[in-house]
Ligand binder design. Structure first.
Ligand SMILES: [Zn+2]
Length: 655
């Protein structure tokens, strides 16, 4: 493992040890082979003068909820070192009292909750302490006689600590093991089946010791890299994927986003003869279990029976290892092995699904390496259970998973680059949905590059484009629940007498047939959607057409009729189809200041008067239309289909 230490960068923090602490923590966080997604923790001990002018020894330890990858000085909780150290002398300490005592030791009530490993950090006399879950070291520890093997590889400047439940129990064990130990001969401490601590008198010393230990372990691991199976996969059957995602969502009790890993490694693993056995033996470090559960689901071909089997086994695991005060969590798998396709990870949003995918990827590598070294022997189910159901671990998840109304939903918006479409994307995201953003403008790809969005160039007048875009949506997020069919074109005014065939054909193709293509392509997947809904953006011109807009009005009227038929056809599949009729939405690309001024002059009124020329006398913005469109796709309208709603500030010709 390469050291990322940069003397020039570190020199900037010479006068600010806490900033230096944040810097070297970020170096650890930057390497996914050391820590993943919030794993690991670091600390520094510093003298601080209190209000009475007395110097106190303060332990700055990583706060819960902060990630080493991007931690800053406020991410460290400042605790009185003496008060923390004394806790290790107690015979027992429950979680509530531990967290309460640690918070009480804090000199800043606004600081985050300190890491669950705080007491262990306090026991180590060195000023700088780093803790990671380094893949290479933990992999070797997850083999029979892993402790002896690690001593052989790392040398006896490390102290081996047998597995203990993180938190107070681990701290207590460490306290016993280090009594009388000569710290000056130690570089680090190995926590079996869990991770590694290093320490030093400078930030660099502690960091470099971490890199040195991990590098030695990686030398062993790399000799076994040939044991990692690789194969080229088949693309997943997208309908099966959508069905799987719905089944997992139902089992979890809330919608899930699915992420397929079809890398050669994931496919190779899925094709191992012993995959169902090796995949379910346990995980790399207990830190992962809240994200992945103790084992994945191995698909056999029948999704319903696979889910039922998984749930049965999870419930029996709960029954076997739980105590009276435990309440069972949902029994849905967090990831699945799909033979020949790879792995599929699930999460209540796209970000969480990709966290699970990352962890699953590290786990399948570790399992195969350990099996090649000797045998993959990770932590047993009771220890995994204790961590999965540990209140302090579940608290981490609660912080991550807030629940906006469309959390876990998957949406597709056409015409997403600007105007009403862009506003719909914004509204859907703010409510927690993952969104595929389609537009004829290729700039949409850059515009919506993200974890919970994907931009796809798509011309709705091309059936092939639309089919590919819908498939890409399923491939990326695992299903489809919401379609906002919005792409449209607004031609220059033209009387019928002057109408040319090209204009007519183009306008009808985009504003009517384009919607048909989107609905047609989406329907096979919406069948597997969760409370699936289509919202078509039509126009006030349907109930109240205007002269000079024959093609536009006729096409939007055709769209409305299309949506009504779709509502009838798709009702039995549970898919709702509703129509919005916006009017005079001026904050879109076509309405430049100049065009607005021209129109206002034409009627002899001001631009403001022109914008609010409706019954309520209000301006109607893209955001107003988007909010209503998203509401119609949501639970408020769960009993409404085939409806047409105006969003126009009230139009006297329509009312
Ligand atoms: Zn740890």
């Amino acid at each position: 493992m390469k050291s990322r230490w940069d003397n020039d960068a570190a020199r900037e923090f010479t006068d600010d040890p806490l900033a230096l602490r944040a810097y070297s923590s970020r170096l650890l966080g930057a390497d996914p082979n050391l820590v993943l997604h919030g794993g690991g923790n670091t600390s520094v001990k510093l003298p601080v003068e209190n209000l009475h002018g007395e110097s106190e020894e303060i332990l700055y330890v990583k706060g819960s909820g902060w990630d080493l990858a991007d931690i800053e000085p406020p991410g460290f909780a400042p605790l009185r070192l003496d008060a923390v150290r004394r806790l290790a002398g107690l015979d027992s300490l429950d979680d509530t009292n531990m967290m309460r005592s640690l918070r009480a030791a804090s000199i800043n009530p606004d600081a985050p909750n300190p890491s669950v490993e705080t007491i262990t950090h306090a026991l180590i006399p060195h000023q700088w302490v780093d803790h990671t879950h380094a893949d290479a070291i933990v992999t070797i520890s997850n083999t029979p006689n892993g402790d002896a093997r690690l001593l052989e590889v790392l040398g006896d400047e490390v102290l081996i600590v047998p597995y203990a439940m993180p938190g107070f129990i681990l701290a207590k064990l460490v306290a016993e093991l280090v009594a009388g130990v000569d710290w000056s001969r130690l570089d680090g401490m190995i926590l079996m089946n869990h991770g590694v601590f290093t320490f030093g008198n400078t930030a660099q010393e502690s960091y470099e010791r971490m890199i040195a230990l991990v590098t030695r372990a990686e030398c062993v691991v790399s000799q076994h890299s040939g044991s990692i199976a690789t194969a080229q996969g088949d693309p997943p059957d997208l309908k099966q994927l959508a069905e799987l995602r719905r089944a997992v969502s139902t089992a979890a009790g809330f919608p899930q986003v699915a992420r397929v890993d079809s890398s050669d490694e994931a496919v190779g693993f899925s094709l191992r003869d012993d995959v169902s056995e090796i995949a379910t033996r346990g995980g790399l470090t207990p830190d992962h279990v809240i994200h992945t559960k103790p084992s994945p689901m191995v698909l056999s071909g029948d999704v319903e029976s696979d889910i039922a089997d998984f749930q049965r086994e999870y419930k029996s695991y709960f029954g076997r290892y739980s105590a009276a005060d435990h309440q069972i969590l949902d029994a849905a798998p967090r990831w699945a092995v799909w033979r020949g396709v790879g792995t599929v990870s699930f999460g209540p949003n796209a970000g969480r699904a990709s966290v699970v995918a990352d962890i699953a990827g590290h786990n399948i590598t570790a399992a195969q390496i350990a099996d090649s070294i000797d045998a993959w022997q990770p932590l047993g189910p009771q220890d995994l259970f204790d961590v999965e159901y540990w209140v302090l671990e579940q608290a981490k998840l609660k912080r991550i998973v807030s629940s906006p109304p469309l959390q876990g939903k998957i949406a597709l918006v056409t015409g997403a680059a600007s105007g009403i479409g862009a506003a719909c994307v914004c509204a859907l995201r703010s409510q927690g949905a993952a969104v595929a953003c389609l537009d004829i403008d290729g700039g949409v790809i850059e515009q919506y590059l993200g974890v919970d969005t994907i931009g796809i160039q798509c011309d709705v007048t091309s059936s092939a484009d639309v089919d590919v875009a819908v498939d890409a949506t399923i491939g990326r997020f695992g299903g489809l629940d919401i379609v906002i069919s919005n792409a449209g074109t607004f031609p220059a005014g033209m009387n019928i007498e002057e109408m040319d065939d090209d204009t007519w054909t183009k306008v009808v193709d985009v504003n009517m047939s384009g919607h048909m293509r989107v609905i047609r392509a989406a329907t096979p997947y919406l069948k597997f959607g969760i409370d699936p809904a289509i919202v078509a953006i039509a126009s006030k011109n349907v109930p109240a057409p205007g002269p000079g807009a024959a093609a536009y009005s006729a096409a939007k009227a055709g769209l409305t009729q299309l949506a009504r038929v779709a509502a009838l056809e798709l009702g039995e599949l549970g898919v709702r189809v509703n129509v919005l009729h916006p009017n005079a939405v001026f904050d879109t690309g076509i309405w430049t200041e100049e065009v607005l001024q021209n129109r206002a002059d034409h009627y002899g009124i001001t631009v403001d008067q022109y914008k609010t020329n409706n019954v309520l006398g209000v301006e109607v913005t893209s955001k107003d239309v988007a909010n209503l469109a998203v509401a119609m796709a949501g639970p408020l309208f769960s009993r409404t289909t085939g409806a047409q709603l105006p969003v126009d500030g009230g139009n006297d010709r329509v009312i």
